[in-house]
Design a protein around this ligand. Structure first.
Ligand code: SF4
Ligand code: SF4
Length: 512
């Protein structure tokens, strides 16, 4: 007897981690659909998303549909514009998909499920694509799913508050301005007022404050004052609020950790490796390493009931130790993300060689695969955040919110478009609409990925969205160029998808 079609998915939830950028996986995406409670199978999983499917017409394979084998005769399928992320098919389901190599109607529940998951798209979209109008097609297919699920807009307005230029470390790749300037509480409060004005003017639903520096814990009076003020003002303005402290982790005390926990402020700690791998690039002014103190801080934070997010900057110095740091995070149940270094003007270029970076990431993937049976929940976050600006949780047209939904506020209230461009002031928080001032600034653009010619046909275009636009501008002369890390993304994404396929099988308790 032929086994029934089996189509399973377990969407990666957005909003799983903290990044050092304006790279909100929950702000720029079509939101992930609700995780299925069922083991698999077409009808129950499809129910929430079939409702929006247009009836009738001919359907074909989604353009740039990615498919690859998994163990046990399963197959992983991924549509760049699909709403469900990675989908796993058994043999009969894969054959049902093959049947759409020539356009056909959605004649049965399996076909409708495949369409609902974005593996099939209306045939006229496919025809447009073959008529060499990929740009038009891209928008069509994307709009199709966007309309089916959620609006394609930024919902969260992110504000980077540079609480101080002081810092007790001298990290090798640091791009932040260094000095002795602290943000006074009244400037912090003015930044909150300005952010709320912009959030209301542009229809954002939520405000996210990132307390950063320098080392922001060196200016605790302003941190506490801004938090208190924003907590009172944001709800009055009808805005949800989220806060995160981005710290080097060397100054954490039990009192501060308890306060963060009690006030619901997330904690993100920079940790670039274990022992020498970290100390080699994150030392104090005297040259002393900071790993031991940070490891202690992480332990204290967990003991206080916090789950710190580890932010790892990957450079030529620590690239060979990625497996170690990933194992460290997974074994402690800590979310993390790997940020590929973005060299700043006047700073040493620590960009790792692509081959070494790929090898380092493969080592990290092996550690993740080894824990597949035991840590599937934690793996969600790891898969989402492993690869720099890539995000598998949902299609993204922009790699980050710079120039759209993000402002950076310096200690004196000065505005910038990105925290890596703080020297380029574009106004102050006392503007009527600080976000409008940032958007109007004639700086680097952050174009949607469809405007990046070399990315338009890439199957990963809505995963990496072309990468950091500022890095592309600096290294390739235009933000419309593909990421300088493009070759690394392309080499590792298939392996990440394979791992995600296996996680989906595991989550659905399917043995292979
Ligand atoms: S940067 Fe590279 S991997 Fe990303 S969308 Fe462009 S071509 Fe594809
Ligand atoms: S432009 Fe680059 S560095 Fe700036 S927020 Fe975006 S991704 Fe991050």
């Amino acid at each position: 007897m032929t086994p029934p079609c089996l189509i399973v998915y377990a969407p990666l939830s957005g909003n799983l981690g903290e990044s050092d950028c304006a790279c909100e996986n929950f702000s720029t995406a079509i939101s992930a659909i609700e995780p299925s409670e069922s083991d698999c199978a077409c009808a129950p999983a499809a129910a929430p998303i079939q409702a929006g499917l247009p009836a009738g017409g001919l359907w074909g394979l989604a353009p740039a549909l990615y498919r690859a084998p998994l163990p046990g005769g399963y197959q992983v399928a991924f549509s760049p514009t699909g709403p469900a992320g990675v989908v796993v098919l058994n043999g009969p389901a894969a054959r049902a998909l093959d049947a759409f190599a020539a356009p056909a109607p959605l004649a049965d529940p399996t076909a409708r499920q495949l369409a609902a998951l974005g593996l099939l798209t209306p045939a006229h979209a496919t025809e447009n694509a073959t008529r060499n109008t990929p740009h038009a097609f891209t928008f069509h297919a994307f709009t199709f799913h966007a309309l089916t699920f959620h609006a394609l807009t930024f919902h969260v307005f992110t504000v980077w508050l540079h609480l101080t230029t002081r810092c007790n470390l001298r990290c090798a790749y640091c791009y932040a301005p260094r000095g002795q300037a602290d943000m006074p509480p009244e400037v912090g409060r003015a930044a909150v007022d300005g952010a709320i004005r912009s959030a209301r003017a542009h229809g954002f639903r939520a405000l996210k404050l990132k307390y950063a520096g320098g080392e922001p814990t060196l200016n605790l009076p302003t941190l506490r004052a801004v938090h208190r003020y924003a907590r009172a003002r944001a709800p009055e303005a009808g805005l949800d609020m989220r806060e995160v402290l981005l710290t080097n982790g060397t100054t954490l005390t039990p009192g501060l950790l308890q306060w963060l926990r009690d006030e619901g402020i997330r904690l993100a700690i920079s940790l670039d490796g274990l022992g020498p791998a970290h100390d080699g690039q994150r030392a104090s002014e005297s040259g002393a390493g900071s790993f031991a103190r940070i490891a202690e801080g992480i332990e204290q934070a967990q003991a206080s009931g916090l789950t710190p997010h580890l932010s790892v900057t990957v450079t030529a110095h620590n690239v060979d130790g990625l497996a170690e740091i990933v194992a460290f995070a997974l074994d402690r149940g800590l979310p993390f993300n790997l940020n590929f270094v973005r060299p700043a003007p006047g700073r040493p270029d620590l960009t790792p060689d692509p081959e070494r970076l790929i090898a380092g990431l493969q080592g990290a993937l092996s550690e993740m695969e080894r824990r597949l049976q035991s840590t599937t929940g934690n793996l969600q976050s790891a898969i989402c955040n492993l690869l720099d600006r890539c995000d598998l949780s949902a299609p993204h047209r922009y790699p980050c919110g710079a120039g759209h939904a993000y402002i950076v506020v310096g200690p004196g209230g000065e505005l910038a478009r990105c925290h890596m461009e703080m020297g380029r002031t574009v106004g102050t928080v006392w503007e009527g609409d600080p976000l409008a001032a940032v958007r109007a600034e004639d700086g680097f653009r952050n174009p949607p990925v469809e405007e990046k010619e070399e990315c338009r046909e890439c199957p990963w275009r809505y995963v990496c969205a072309g990468g950091c636009p500022l890095l592309a501008q600096r290294q390739r002369g235009t933000p419309a160029a593909p990421s300088p890390y493009c070759a690394v993304y392309r080499a590792v994404l298939p392996e990440l998808l394979r791992l995600e396929g296996m996680r989906v099988l595991q989550t659905n308790r399917i043995h292979w």
